[in-house]
Design a protein around this ligand. Sequence first.
Ligand SMILES: C[S@@+](CC[C@H](N)C(=O)[O-])C[C@H]1O[C@@H](n2cnc3c(N)ncnc32)[C@H](O)[C@@H]1O
Length: 263
Amino acid sequence: MGISRNKATYTDTGIVNYYTGLQGLQPAEVAILERLRPQLATMKMLDMGMGGGRTTLHFAPLVKQYVGIDYSPGMVAACQKRFSDVDHPVRFEVCDARDMSQFADDSFDLILFSYNGIDYVSHRDRLSIFAEVKRVGKTDGYFLFSSHNLQALEQNLTWKKQFNINPLELYINMVSLGIFWLFNQTLSRQTIADSDYLIVRDDSHLFRLNTYYVRVRQQQKQLIQNFSDVEIYPWNRKEKVVAMDDRDMETALWLYYLCRIKG
Ligand SMILES: C[S@@+](CC[C@H](N)C(=O)[O-])C[C@H]1O[C@@H](n2cnc3c(N)ncnc32)[C@H](O)[C@@H]1O
């Protein structure tokens, strides 16, 4: 199953229902929302791949204008229903992040692609998404997204890391690790160690998705052309990374990147 099949998974009713049930922000998202809060009331926001509207709940009441897009018509319909009677204006549209031609240049002050939504396209498409974000974003606007961390995946794939004194958890971890290697038979430890980025079948949604993992240095390189002032937040904490040897950069399975859009 190739990466182009991800869209079918995100269109599945069970998966749509799963995302529609999510509510809370992740610690990094909380910290970044608080940081941007003083400016939010003046901002036009684009929420890319808003899924079931988890981030809509928190951002839409605070911003000047909120537009959510998703390539899954099921997610868009679910959000239209979930937010049908809110008293602040929200708009949801079916749109693929790779082609946002329905939006004019310089339209948004804040663009969000949360919870690793950008990780479900090919490497080439990922780069074209960054270019599209720059086009529809205003100069000095913010782009916030998260992406899976290849360094953390590499660590997680060791039997030692999966050891647990609880026999049930140990069993689940071992089975899950075994299934990972079964679904990724062309991968080897050496390939992972040698790669800057990789697309793998990981355990999310029972191995139904092909997911992009990237090392921090490679991610920074991908951003240079269109973005500046990149800050990194491990998903599970509120403090940004201040040194490249920060331990959480090796262990957090996904990282948030907060960037300014170049002119
Ligand atoms: C992991 S879910 C996250 C949902 C939501 N952003 C959240 O944080 O709860 C990823 C979302 O991105 C959407 N998505 C993935 N690739 C996309 C693309 N190329 N264009 C638009 N949406 C996309 C999926 O349909 C899905 O709703």
